[in-house]
Design a protein around this ligand. Structure first.
Ligand code: ASP
Length: 310
């Protein structure tokens, strides 16, 4: 039995099995498995929940099928604009970046904002400059663009519509939650946003309380879905508030918060862990890439609703 908990997601969306290219699903599943195995080893060595969630998200940002880092979706002007946030449940310190284009790993820049600035959120070019000053190498934004995402943008433009990252295509927004052996919680999320979104649009993933939250007193949450609706429900904080103020169990709190998003017309899911070590991975879309560490330490990965659950 582990004395830590770790779960990740790779986005919720339509994910119709007939539309998924099978090699894409295979790559996505192995990236989830590999990041979980690395995160598990880190936590088993006594590493912190914060380091574990950052390392999982860094791994998934580097994995092309996911909508974060390389492989991010494109805005209506064909650019990559990414958001990321990280939160430490032990201190409720938080850091985020939004609307960044020249960072291969926005989640690590978010952590730098948390640890090396007096702020909680930096945006755009000044956020990139801050990361550069902290020793992060900037990348050419074109190096983050993939052909699959260019084609996805063309399809979205033709409709025209703004779509969830993997309504039609493989992996989506990524996130992780963990509880370490000392009982500390942490959450991290990273995304390129929604396909064909207006330039300058910021979603929930990079906003503390909307897509990302962690507090040792209650729970750690990383959401994925229609960002505007998650923001309008203060989704991740809603899960926390339902636990603290209404005494709901984690699974019930997540269901209730997702129902509020659904009532506004939004779909999605989340991964969440509470202070007692309970795990919840619910979603209201047909599928959500998700994974967790099983009781004997093995990474488990699931996509559709009738796949195995934790
Ligand atoms: N929540 C993300 C956003 O709105 C998108 C997603 O999770 O797929 O930016």
């Amino acid at each position: 039995m582990n004395d830590f908990i770790l779960a990740v997601h790779g986005g919720a969306g339509a994910l119709r099995p007939d539309l998924l290219a099978s090699d894409e699903e295979t790559v996505a599943r192995s990236a989830l498995t590999e990041c979980l195995a690395a995160g598990r080893d880190l936590l088993a060595r006594g590493g912190s929940a914060l380091d574990a969630v950052e390392s999982c998200v860094v791994w998934l940002e580097a994995s092309e099928p996911f909508n974060a880092g390389r492989g991010s979706v494109l805005t209506s002007s064909g650019r990559v604009e990414m958001d990321a946030a990280i939160m430490d449940g032990a201190t409720r310190s938080a850091g985020s970046v939004a609307c960044v284009s020249r960072l291969a790993h926005p989640i690590s820049a978010a952590r730098l904002v948390m640890e090396r600035s007096p702020h909680a959120l930096l945006v755009g070019e000044p956020a990139e400059r801050f990361a550069l000053e902290q020793g992060v190498a900037l990348v050419d934004p074109r190096s983050l663009v993939t052909r699959a995402r260019r084609e996805q943008l063309e399809r979205a433009r033709a409709r025209p519509r703004v779509s969830l990252d993997h309504d039609e295509l493989g992996g989506g927004t990524v996130g992780a939650v963990a509880r370490d052996a000392s009982g500390h919680l942490a959450a991290a999320s990273s995304t390129g946003g929604m396909t064909n979104q207006l330039p300058g649009r910021v979603g929930d993933s990079g906003l503390i309380g909307a897509g990302t939250w962690a507090d040792d007193e209650s729970c750690a949450v990383s959401g994925t879905g229609h960002g505007e609706l998650y923001m309008r429900c203060a989704f991740a904080h809603e899960v926390d508030a339902l636990q603290r103020h209404a005494g709901l169990e984690l699974a019930a709190a997540c269901e209730r918060a997702l129902a509020r998003v659904l009532a506004l017309g939004g779909r999605g899911g989340c991964v969440a862990v509470d202070r007692g070590g309970k795990l919840a991975l619910p979603f209201t879309t047909p599928g959500m890439y998700r994974g967790w560490i099983g009781p004997t330490g093995e990474p488990r990965v699931a996509v559709f609703a009738d796949d195995e659950s934790c």
